[in-house]
Design a protein around this ligand. Sequence first.
Ligand code: IMP
Length: 428
Amino acid sequence: MPATIIVGTQWGDEGKGRVVDFFAAQADVVARFNGGDNAGHTVVAEGHTLALHLIPSGILYPQALCLIGGGTVVNPLRLLEELAMLDAAGIPAGSDRLKIAAAAHIILPTHRALDGASEAQRGSQAIGTTKRGIGPTYADKARRIGLRAAQMRDPEQFAGAVRDLVATHNLWLKELYDLPPQDAGAIVDQLRAAAEKLAPYLVDGTAVIGQALANGAHLLCEGAQGALLDLDHGTYPFVTSSPPIAGGALTGLGFGPKEVTRVVGVTKAYTTRVGAGAFPTELLEATGERLRDVGHEYGVTTGRPRRCGWLDAVILRYTAQINGLTEVALTKLDVLSGLPELKIAVAYDLHGERREHFPVEWGNDTLAACKPVYETLPGWDADLTGIRARDALPAAARAYVDRIETLMGVPVTFIGVGPEREAMIIGR
Ligand code: IMP
């Protein structure tokens, strides 16, 4: 039975939570495959507004088993906070409902300190990370000195491994950044206690996935961040340290491409970015501010205002390719209501030459030199929030959606028309 992968097609914050929420209602297993608590989305459940960062949003659906997959990085202290938040909201999230893959890597407070120190040292070249320790944790994984969730099985041994790694990190903090050491004793105690609480959640992640697929279960793979933050195919170095693209679901969870039946690319009806790096269609004037205000474009994890701009079809064609999208979920179409006209970048002008392919491999300077070639479409003024059929959209909104489909070469099968859970047009 099928695996469905949900990914972001821009720089993250496309509104994946809503789309995942929709699919999770039918899923047997919902798994996060990349990143850590750098992600975040707000869900409203049982009258509570909850900000989930690491726990898959399937946790809101009692039939779904949730897995924090092997490709992720887990901050045990933050995970316990998230579990406490769910508990306070009366949402069951015990070890019968939530599993942590033993292969996931562990974020320590010193990883966070190193993230902040490295950003400060980069000065004007800072990446604008979420400072959650994501990069340093994946770096330790690649260096093969990282801690795996499996080690929490034995809290005493884990405490010893934490002590050793903290000692290494403290050395780096001193030698590389001239910073004081973190309190190793306190960290070890905190992490030992966390391991005791989290040990019952540990599983062999690939066994859970393999069993689920063999049983014909519906596996929903919940991507975090967006394709342009991919370590390999994103806007390097202004990227995250994991693969948020569809291939990341396969490596992060441990199954093959033949299981995948749907790859849903969540696409915001305009473009936003947090953190640094080139952004060809960025709007630095009133229209950008309007998009930020109307679209509430502020980070769930860091509260930072997001940079806003027109839709960029050069990006979307590229991210449709690298993800192998089978369909698009278009979000926040309603935010564009009231704008007299809309622009979509259909190509770039790079030093007088027309570019159709996103020239990301040539680096940030090349991207910064790209001038968007815009197509202008008429806007619409109607309130879209009550509309539930594509045919009922104003003609100009329909034309905008149709144009996106043509430019991406992928059908749009969901359209978000408002902040409410039900404010979606489903199907074509
Ligand atoms: P890191 O993932 O914290 O290392 O940050 C690296 C880059 O990814 C920065 O530009 C962050 O702003 C961006 N980033 C990380 N997570 C998210 C997310 O969930 N949404 C949007 N941007 C993100």
